[in-house]
Design a protein around this ligand. Structure first.
Ligand SMILES: Cc1cc2nc3c(=O)[nH]c(=O)nc-3n(C[C@H](O)[C@H](O)[C@H](O)COP(=O)(O)OP(=O)(O)OC[C@H]3O[C@@H](n4cnc5c(N)ncnc54)[C@H](O)[C@@H]3O)c2cc1C
Ligand code: FES
Length: 507
C-alpha cells in the first residue's frame, strides 16, 4: 500500500522533444515532483499520473495495450486519454495533466485537468428496459465492484448492498498479509470510507443475512424479515472456509473476514505456538505473517511439496525453502487426527502442543440460497457467459459462480477475478453485456516474494521455466496439450502482462 512510484526521469514541465515519446508505449517522467506518464493516443498527446490508484505501483513499468495502460502489480487497467479506471482492482481514476505542444516540444502543465467525466451508458435505460432496483447479496469483492461500477457508469436507480459481515467491504487479501503481520494501518482495510456509500447513494445493510430468494416474485428476504424487491439481483455470496470435523475447540480458527482475523489475533495475544492445517496460498501467507510476529508456526499438510501441482516443482520448492528459512516448521506427507484445544495429534503418531490452530483446508462456494430457490447449482451457481443464472434477472459472480471457460466450466477463487466479474454484471445491467473471457489473475505474497499468476492452469502437462525461482526471478509458462494456459512470475511483471494479453487473445 502507499505510493511506490518515485518521481524520476525527464521533467516534462521543462518540455520534452515530441520525437522522444514512443508511438505505442508510454514515457515516464515527472512534473513538479510528481510521477507522470506521457503517451500518444489517436494522434494527440495525453499525460496522466504514473502511480496506480490501487497500491501505488509505477505504471511506467506496466504494459500499454491499445489506449490502455495495465498495472504491473495487480493488472488494473486505465484509459490513457481520460485516466479512467477500466478494470479492477483499481477504482479511482488517474489524475490527468494538460499537455501543450510548441515548436516540436511537449510541455506538461502542473495544473491537473479535470478527469474526464464518466460517460453515462445506460443503453437499456434509453430502450426503456433498464432495471431500476438492483439488489446485491454479498459485501465482498464482486458485490462491491458491481455497486461501484453501476454508480460510476451513471446508473441512477436504487442500489442495495446486503452483507452478512459487520464491517463494510474490506480488502480481504490484506487480511492474511500485512494485517495479520501487524503492518497494516487501520485505514488500509476498508475498500472505501463508510461515509462514501451514502455519498454514492448505495444503501449498505451490514450484519444482514439473506435467507430466501423468490425468483418468481423477484424478492429476497433477510433474517430479520425485511424483504427487498429487485429488477436485477447479483448473488455474490463468495465462499466459506471448510471446517474439519473434530476442530470445534474455541481456539481452532478459519480466516475469511475481518472479524475472523481479529478473533485470531486476539487469541494469539500472549500465545507462543500456532499450527496451520493445510498448505494453500492463504494459509501459507498467514503462516509467514504470524511467524514474523515471533510465533512458533507449524504447517501440517498431506502433500510432499505444497503448491507443486499448481506451480511445478522448481517454483514450489523455492517457496518452501524460503518459508523454512523464515523458521516455519513443516510436517509434510502428514494429516491431522484430532485436536482437543491443546494437543494436535498427527497421522505420523506425533503430537504438537499448540496455543491455536488455523484451518486452511479450502473453501466451499456459498450456494445454499441459490439452491433453495431452484437455481442451477453444480460446484457453484451455474451462469452463462454473460454471468446470468438460470433465473431471469439474477446474476452470479465471484467465488460462487461457475462460468463457461475454454470449452469447459470454471469456478475461480481470486480477488481481481471476482471484482471484474462484478464489474461485468454492472455493465450487463446497464445494457452492455459481454461474454466474460478475461484470463483469471491472482497474486500472493509469501516469504518476501511477490508471485503473480495469470490464466487457468489446472491440468497443465508441460511447463517452461525461465530464470531462477530460488533467486526470486523467474517466469514459468504452463501448457496443456501444447497450448499455453497459464503463467506465473516473480520479478517479471512486464513479461507476465504480455502473456496475459496473449491469453486474452489481444493483438
Ligand atoms: C485472507 C484471504 C486472503 C486472500 N488473498 C488473496 C490474494 O492475495 N489474491 C487473490 O487473488 N485472492 C485472494 N483471496 C481470495 C479472494 O479474497 C476471494 O476470491 C474474493 O474475496 C472472492 O470475492 P467474492 O465477492 O466472490 O466473495 P467474498 O469476497 O467472500 O464476499 C462474499 C460476501 O457475501 C456475504 N454473504 C454470503 N452469504 C450471504 C448471505 N446469505 N446474506 C448476506 N451476505 C452474504 C459474505 O459475508 C461476504 O461479505 C484471499 C481470501 C482470503 C480469505
Ligand atoms: S498497484 Fe496497480 S493494480 Fe495494484
Amino acid at each position: 500500500m502507499g505510493d511506490h512510484t518515485p518521481a524520476s526521469g525527464p521533467d516534462f514541465g521543462r518540455g520534452i522533444a515530441i520525437s522522444a515519446i514512443p508511438d505505442d508505449g508510454v514515457l515516464a517522467g515527472q512534473v513538479d515532483g510528481q510521477p507522470v506518464l506521457l503517451a500518444r493516443v489517436g494522434g494527440a498527446l495525453h499525460a496522466v499520473s504514473a502511480s496506480c490508484t490501487h497500491y501505488g505501483a509505477p505504471l511506467g513499468e506496466g504494459l500499454r495495450v491499445g489506449d490502455e495502460i495495465r498495472c504491473p502489480w495487480h493488472h488494473a487497467c486505465f484509459d490513457l486519454r481520460s485516466g479512467r479506471a477500466l478494470h479492477a482492482p483499481a477504482f479511482a481514476p488517474l489524475a490527468c495533466w494538460q499537455v501543450e505542444v510548441r515548436a516540436g516540444m511537449a510541455y506538461v502543465r502542473a495544473a491537473a485537468a479535470e478527469t474526464a467525466a464518466e460517460t453515462v451508458t445506460e443503453a437499456a435505460a434509453e430502450q426503456g428496459a433498464a432495471p431500476r432496483r438492483v439488489v446485491i447479496v454479498g459485501g465482498g469483492a464482486a458485490g462491491y465492484a458491481c455497486a461501484r461500477r453501476l454508480r460510476e457508469r451513471g446508473f441512477s436507480g436504487r442500489i442495495t448492498l446486503l452483507s452478512e459481515e459487520r464491517a463494510p467491504p474490506v480488502d480481504r487479501p490484506n487480511l492474511s498479509k500485512d494485517y495479520l503481520a501487524g503492518n497494516a494501518p487501520a485505514e488500509w482495510i476498508p475498500l472505501q470510507a463508510p461515509e462514501e456509500y451514502a455519498a454514492q447513494d448505495i444503501a449498505l445493510h451490514l450484519g444482514c443475512t439473506v435467507t430466501a430468494l423468490d425468483p418468481a416474485a423477484r424478492q429476497v428476504r433477510c433474517a430479520d424479515g425485511t424483504v427487498f424487491d429487485y429488477d436485477a439481483l447479483l448473488l455474490a455470496t463468495g465462499a466459506a472456509p471448510v471446517r474439519l470435523p473434530g476442530f470445534d475447540a474455541p481456539n481452532a480458527f478459519t480466516l475469511r473476514s475481518l472479524a475472523d482475523a481479529d478473533a485470531l489475533l486476539a487469541a494469539l495475544d500472549g500465545a507462543r505456538t500456532l499450527a496451520l492445517v493445510g498448505a494453500g496460498f492463504i494459509g501459507l501467507e498467514a503462516a509467514g505473517a504470524l511467524r514474523s510476529r515471533g510465533l512458533e508456526v507449524h504447517v501440517i499438510a498431506p502433500e510432499a511439496l505444497p503448491l507443486a501441482g499448481l506451480l511445478g516443482e522448481a517454483l514450489a520448492a523455492a517457496l518452501l525453502a524460503r518459508q523454512r528459512a523464515q523458521g516455519i516448521v513443516f510436517h509434510l506427507g502428514c494429516k491431522t487426527e484430532s485436536f482437543d484445544g491443546r494437543a494436535l495429534r498427527l497421522s505420523d503418531g506425533s503430537t504438537l502442543a499448540v496455543d491455536a490452530v488455523l484451518l486452511g483446508v479450502g473453501v466451499k462456494p456459498r450456494t445454499a440460497l441459490a439452491l433453495a430457490a431452484g437455481l442451477t447449482v453444480e460446484d457453484g451457481i451455474r451462469v452463462d457467459a454473460g454471468l446470468r443464472t438460470s433465473a431471469p434477472g439474477v446474476y452470479a459472480a465471484g467465488d460462487v459462480a461457475r462460468y463457461p471457460h475454454a470449452g469447459g466450466w470454471a469456478r475461480v477463487e481470486h480477488w481481481v477475478h471476482a471484482q471484474r466479474q462484478g464489474q461485468a454484471v454492472a455493465d450487463a445491467i446497464l445494457g452492455n453485456p459481454v461474454a466474460y473471457a478475461v484470463p483469471p489473475f491472482f497474486w500472493t505474497h509469501q516469504a518476501g516474494i511477490e508471485l503473480r499468476y495469470v490464466g487457468h492452469g489446472r491440468g497443465w502437462d508441460n511447463l517452461e521455466l525461465d530464470g531462477d525461482p530460488a533467486a526470486g526471478d523467474c517466469l514459468v509458462r504452463y501448457y496443456r496439450g501444447g497450448q499455453l494456459v497459464a503463467a506465473a512470475a516473480i520479478g517479471r511483471d512486464r513479461a507476465l502482462l504480455e502473456l496475459e494479453a496473449a491469453l486474452a487473445g489481444a493483438p
